[in-house]
Ligand binder design. Structure first.
Ligand code: ZN
Length: 344
């Protein structure tokens, strides 16, 4: 009996030692040794971001379609990360803002959807202009028996959102910043609609929407910034960031003559644009895995993804430093049909 107990104790201690060793090794790897990443970040901590993007785009989450258990699980992982980095829940009721997910072919009884809204207070919390940073976390789910993991679209943006949040908790901004993980993008921007229509969200204080959707894939190191055509006053800010950015930051994809390559209304920022609010959308060119079951974490060039997230942080920093001027660029909603900025 005693011998057995001693053996059990030794086995238990051995197990604990192995777990502790594994944990410490993991921590070490997180911080210093990420295979495929040579870029040393200026702002974000890349380890937890890459881990979250990997988790969100794993088969276990079954493509995160709005109204499904996989989407619910994805929301849980993001909420945990929001809590861990020290973000504050913005709404009085907590992190979640309900989003009604409508029945659709293949999903007769969708579960409830939700946005997650966290914030970092600025120097005068609750007053003055604010920034709304968004990224959708839903994707296409399972179609014809195949899981659409949506690693680039948009596990990449959702995980980057948490990395930016972590940075701004550590380095508090001048102005309030809302970080919103949006549901329902793939089924008609339902989360963004719910966000801009909620009276509890001070949309009149919002000076700028920065939306990340597909920020991890580029063979040529290019990240697009879309939206300056509608708000030319933002060009100097983008050029200032581009001059020092660890990616090639390209302005474009926002002119009517771009036709189907005009991305003005192709992601959640469209809802902010409708309100006359300046937006900067960050995203990469479409790639062969776009909206395919092959949009997997394993094919993301991690070094580019980390560079893109650091660049996004730099854009939010620059916007925060110039926010009163940016707020003045906001138009009345009825003026949005025509872009501003043309000489009289
Ligand atoms: Zn997307």
């Amino acid at each position: 009996m005693t011998q057995k107990r001693a053996f059990a104790l030794a086995a238990l201690l051995g197990f604990v030692a192995v777990c502790l060793g594994g944990f410490l090794l993991w921590q070490e790897r997180q911080a210093r040794d990420i295979p495929g990443v040579t870029y040393e970040t200026r702002f974000i901590d890349p380890g937890p971001m890459l881990h979250l993007a990997d988790v969100l785009s794993s088969d276990a989450l079954e493509g995160r379609a709005s109204g499904t258990p996989g989407n619910d699980a994805a929301r849980g992982f993001i909420r945990k990360r929001f809590e861990d980095v020290g973000l504050l829940p913005f709404l009085p009721g907590g992190w979640e803002q309900p989003v009604t997910i409508l029945p659709r072919p293949g999903l007769d009884n969708p579960g409830p959807g939700a946005n997650l809204i966290g914030w970092v207070p600025g120097e005068t919390p609750g007053t003055g202009p604010l920034i709304i940073v968004t990224a959708h976390y839903d994707h296409l789910g399972i179609r014809n028996g195949e899981i659409y993991n949506g690693a680039d679209d948009n596990a990449s943006g959702a995980a980057a959102l948490t990395a930016l949040a972590e940075y701004f908790v550590r380095q508090p901004p001048r102005h309030d910043i809302l970080f919103v993980a949006l549901d329902g993008e793939e089924v008609g921007f339902l989360g963004a609609r719910a966000l801009v229509r909620d009276p509890a969200v001070p949309i009149d204080r919002a000076a700028l929407n920065i939306n990340m959707d597909m920020v991890s894939r580029s063979d040529v190191g290019e990240l697009y910034v879309t939206g300056t055509f509608h708000t030319p006053g933002l060009v100097p800010l983008v050029e200032q960031v581009a001059a020092k950015a660890p990616v090639t930051l390209r302005i474009g994809h926002d002119r009517p003559e771009d036709g189907v390559n005009d991305w003005t209304t192709q992601s959640d920022h469209a809802l902010f644009h409708e309100l006359g609010m300046p937006f900067l959308y960050l995203g990469v060119e479409d790639h062969p895995d776009y909206h395919k079951p092959t949009d997997d974490f394993s094919v993301i060039p991690l070094d580019f993804y980390v560079r893109a997230a650091d660049t996004a942080t730099s854009i939010v920093r620059a916007a925060d430093a110039n926010l009163p001027d940016i707020h003045a660029l906001r138009r009345a909603p009825d003026e949005t049909a025509q872009p501003e900025g043309h000489a009289e």
